[in-house]
Design a binder for this molecule. Structure first.
Ligand code: BT5
Length: 264
């Protein structure tokens, strides 16, 4: 869909999860363009069954519904588009330029400022022929740096000044319009993929990849056509579709330690 405007902004004091709300709306067939925003989530979702936490009013918690016509291997570009839009909004409103950590984090000085969660529902009706309903949620820490021990930061901490959540939402919605346009054209998708790679602070880093079945270490060398992380290990190349990545500091023994303060 071209010229998409995210102009149906629905605000809530409390929701369990803005993603949950919008996935249910998508199943009812609501059109692309709905944005759900909550001051507080009682059951904010992270990836892999984890939770996203924030006290009331301390972050921007927003989800958007898109219904793109995309090849399955390009679905990751929905996450890329929203992550990029969120990074643009942080730069515009707070002067903070986060890097992107594969697969879904915005980092400032190695600390997590924001997380993105995309959920697709192949059975949701509505949208143009061949389209898929994708809800993409983003949580941006505005005044609270995240739970103790999680290695997070906030726009307040990173910029040194208070940031208005309404302004941030306005900038996010504006940036989303531009990025959504890119999702709809071949050239735009190429540009999104190239920028995702360029801003991805995981590339070139020693990483530890945690999979459900175990973990391994290596050097992140590329993102492939489907947005998967390509890691060079002593046993050869491994391609990671989904998992958790820790950026490591290179040490003499060839093992690594988490380095939340490493430049990203
Ligand atoms: C994410 O998951 O980073 C995706 C977060 C998406 C949240 C948004 S908020 C609006 C929308 N509605 C939802 O229900 N969700 C989306 P993941 O990579 O799994 O990271 C989760 C982990 O980050 C947790 O296990 C904690 O360790 C940590 N964490 C939780 N809250 C945090 C926060 N506010 N800041 C930094 N880290 C946090």
């Amino acid at each position: 869909m071209s010229g998409s405007a995210f102009d149906d902004v629905r605000r809530f004091a409390t929701l369990d999860s803005t993603n949950r709300y919008l996935v249910d709306e998508a199943r009812r067939g609501v059109p692309e363009g709905v944005v759900a925003v909550a001051d507080h989530q009682s059951a904010g979702r992270g990836r892999l069954g984890r939770s996203w936490e924030a006290p009331p009013g301390a972050s921007l918690l927003a989800s958007v519904l898109v219904r793109p016509v995309l090849a399955v291997e390009h679905l990751y570009l929905c996450t890329a588009a929203v992550a990029r839009a969120a990074a643009d909004a942080c730069a515009t409103v707070a002067g903070v330029r986060p890097s992107l950590k594969w697969p879904n984090d915005l980092l400032v000085d190695g600390r997590k400022l924001a997380g993105v969660l995309a959920e697709a529902d192949p059975d949701a009706p509505g949208g143009p022929p061949g389209s898929l309903a994708v809800v993409v949620g983003v949580g941006i820490n505005v005044t609270w740096p995240g739970p103790p021990g999680a290695g997070g930061t906030s726009l307040l901490e990173a910029s040194g000044h208070p940031v208005d959540r309404e302004e941030l939402l306005g900038a996010l919605v504006t940036a989303l319009g531009a990025r959504r346009g890119e999702l709809g054209t071949t050239g735009g998708r190429r540009r999104l993929a190239a920028e995702w790679k360029e801003r991805c602070s995981t590339l070139g880093r020693r990483v530890r990849v945690e999979l459900g079945t175990g973990s391994f270490e290596g050097t992140a060398v590329d993102l492939d056509e489907g947005g998967r992380l390509v890691v060079r290990t002593t046993e050869g190349i491994r391609v990671v579709q989904a998992g958790d990545v820790h950026h490591l500091r290179e040490v003499a023994q060839g093992t690594g330690a988490d380095d939340p303060l490493a430049p990203n």
